[in-house]
Design a protein around this ligand. Structure first.
Ligand code: ADP
Ligand code: MG
Length: 606
């Protein structure tokens, strides 16, 4: 059973129950004004959850989702507008639209609106997904402005900046409820899917995610389209809730309101999106009342202009000051309420281990050949004409003084920094000819000199991201991930966040993540750096086990010559970007060029 199974379903139910209760109470027991507030709340929940799907998962703050609400609202309004008012409301309607506009039922309005929103999201998403970080944020802001200006400019269809009226009303808490429930369930389940987890990993460390096989661009695209559809459906609800609106109702004010809801609750979780919306809606309502008739304990206060906005602003500042990740932090409510469920696959470690972590026999024909590889950085030659082969089932050491080009070579092999000349052949493919995220599937895992973990994900999630890349569809890759953790001795820490691990364990976790790719070759960049002797001994044992049990070819960059001599079958020496020697540990120990370039310097220093 795929892992979206129980945990995500429990999460969706946990979040859905209060919403259902609220809608029922609003319909049956609340006075009209509060019932309207409850309806508005459910619409906001839908909109904010749509933002969370994209922003929370990718880490890219979006200004664009109010734009999707606007598109949804206008598309549905046009389809459903009362035919009697069309001629007064839209006298200049283009002929080609007259057959489409007006008189459709709400469901058709919703379907049509989602079609429009989906199409726009697809078109805009293609270039947007190539961007990350603040560049992407600015692009979403551009999107909001484009939508706004287009709506204002298309006066024949939208009445421009004037109020669009005649939209059938009829959205109550009970009609908004199913949409909100679908939104919340979709968001919570998406978070646990392979794509959702992969994008959360990329949010933590994009380079490590790509090197672990994650197609970041594709995952951003999926989140963008999904979030757009959810926010767009909130726009449809809003249109039929208000009955009359104009483009400014879906512009900066709404954007900042939705954003403050999401950020206050915590962008990382669906629980945060729902919780933050709840708090802001309640707070705004209370402050508005206070703003209206400012009488506290019989004391008549002067009317305070802007009290609501200032109050919301202050609360957000206070929360952010104390809780950087928002009120709900980084874990979903269900993950806090039912923590065992999150670690349940620990029980599968045994089965996973029997299934084997690694390809096995296939490694005999595996081949990794570095062919005349060179790399320049501006004027600096970091690598020049380096050739050698990494042999399957053996440990090859890559040594050389600081700045010799060892890390650059690892980056060139794994495609992270493609070579400027020469080729790297991995199991028959040239790694520079495929995208970085496709290299792992060719049979390559790697670690980084400066540890690159998905720090806020759990130990198990870190490894699962990689295991997912090679898993068959529908297969639960957490068992394979547990097996990889067992190889490095971290299976008992599966539920901890990666950042909470001690240093040596973090290095081993990176190795487990690379192992979960079932590579035929594993590149380790200074795996023992910063380790104490006990941790180093444990590491050597792990590496020997990997070589013996799994037949993987290892390429180990290391400073510690003792470790290299103990561990390696074969050694390659780099100096100033060039290969100066290659051979068995005995050959290397006796090689005068090596002694001069490397060992001799140390002696001299001592
Ligand atoms: P090593 O891992 O052997 O210590 P590196 O491969 O990190 O050496 O670096 C080799 C040389 O290339 C160094 O002079 C380093 O400053 C340079 N270098 C490495 N990466 C970059 C980069 N991204 N831009 C510019 N110079 C770089
Ligand atoms: Mg290095």
């Amino acid at each position: 059973m795929p892992r979206i199974g129980m945990q995500a379903v429990k999460g969706a139910i946990t979040l859905a129950l209060p919403l259902i209760a609220l809608a029922v109470i609003a319909e049956l027991a609340l006075p009209a004004a509060l019932a309207r507030l409850a309806t508005l709340y459910l619409i906001y929940v839908t909109a904010v959850v749509g933002m969370q799907i994209y922003s929370g998962t990718s880490g890219i703050i979006s200004f664009g989702h109010a734009g999707f609400m606007a598109l949804g609202a206008y598309a549905s309004a046009l389809l459903t507008i009362q035919p009697a008012v069309v001629s007064t409301s839209l006298p200049d309607l283009p002929v080609w639209l007259t057959g489409l506009v007006g008189g459709q039922p709400l469901l058709v309005g919703m379907a049509g609106a989602l079609g429009v929103v989906g199409l726009v999201a697809l078109v805009f998403g293609l270039p947007l997904s190539r961007l990350g970080g603040s560049a992407a944020s600015i692009a979403t802001l551009g999107f909001l402005v484009i939508v706004h200006v287009t709506l204002v400019a298309s006066a024949d269809i939208t009445r421009g900046s004037q109020t669009f009226f005649g939209v059938p009303r009829g959205v109550s808490a009970l009609t908004a409820l199913p949409v909100a429930l679908i939104a919340v369930a979709l968001a919570r389940i998406y978070r646990s899917t392979r794509g959702g987890l992969a994008l959360r990993a990329a949010r933590e460390d994009e380079i490590a995610a790509r090197a672990s096989g994650v197609n970041v661009v594709r995952q951003r695209f999926v989140a963008w389209v999904l979030g757009a559809l959810v926010s767009g459906s909130a726009g449809v609800l809003m249109a039929h809730f208000l009955g009359a609106f104009s483009p400014k109702d879906f512009h900066f004010n709404l954007t900042f309101l939705l954003m403050s809801m999401l950020i206050l609750g915590g962008i990382s979780t669906v629980s945060g999106a729902v919780g933050g919306t709840t708090l802001i809606v309640v707070m705004v309502d209370l402050l508005r009342r206070l703003e209206g008739r400012a009488e506290v304990f019989g004391l008549k206060l002067p009317e305070v202009f802007g009290l609501t906005d200032i109050g919301v602003g202050l609360v957000i500042l206070a929360v952010m000051y104390r809780l950087r990740d928002g009120l709900f932090g980084l874990r979903e409510v269900d993950e806090r309420l039912f923590p065992e469920a999150a670690v349940a696959p620990a029980l599968d470690a045994q089965t996973g281990a029997q299934g084997g972590v690694v390809r096995g026999a296939a490694t005999e024909d595996a081949a990794l050949t570095i062919e005349a590889v060179g790399r320049r950085f501006a004027g600096l030659v970091a690598l020049e004409d380096v050739s050698f082969a990494v042999r399957p089932g053996l440990v090859t050491g890559l040594i050389g003084p600081n700045g010799a080009g060892k890390s650059t070579l690892i980056n060139a092999i794994s495609g992270v920094v493609p070579p400027s000349s020469g080729r790297v052949w991995l199991n028959g493919s040239d790694t520079a000819q495929v995208p970085v995220h496709a290299v792992p599937a060719l049979g390559l895992g790697r670690t980084f000199q400066n540890i690159r973990l998905f720090r806020n994900l759990t130990v198990l999630e870190n490894v699962t991201v990689a295991a997912d890349v090679i898993a068959r569809p529908g297969q639960d890759s957490r068992a394979a991930a547990m097996a990889a953790l067992a190889v490095v001795g971290l299976q008992d820490l599966a539920a901890q966040t990666a950042a909470s691990l001690p240093y040596g364990a973090q290095r081993r976790l990176e190795i487990a993540r690379a192992l979960a790719l079932r590579p035929s070759f594993l590149l380790l960049d200074e795996p023992a750096a910063g380790m104490n002797p006990a941790e180093t001994d444990a590491l050597i044992a792990v590496l020997r086990r990997i070589r013996a049990d799994h037949g993987i070819g290892l390429l180990v960059v290391e400073h510690d010559l003792k470790l290299i001599m103990r561990l390696c079958d074969h050694i390659v020496v780099l100096n100033k970007g060039q290969k100066i020697a290659e051979g068995t540990p005995e050959d290397i120990r006796a090689n005068p060029a090596v002694i001069e370039a490397y060992i001799g310097k140390r002696r001299a220093a001592a």
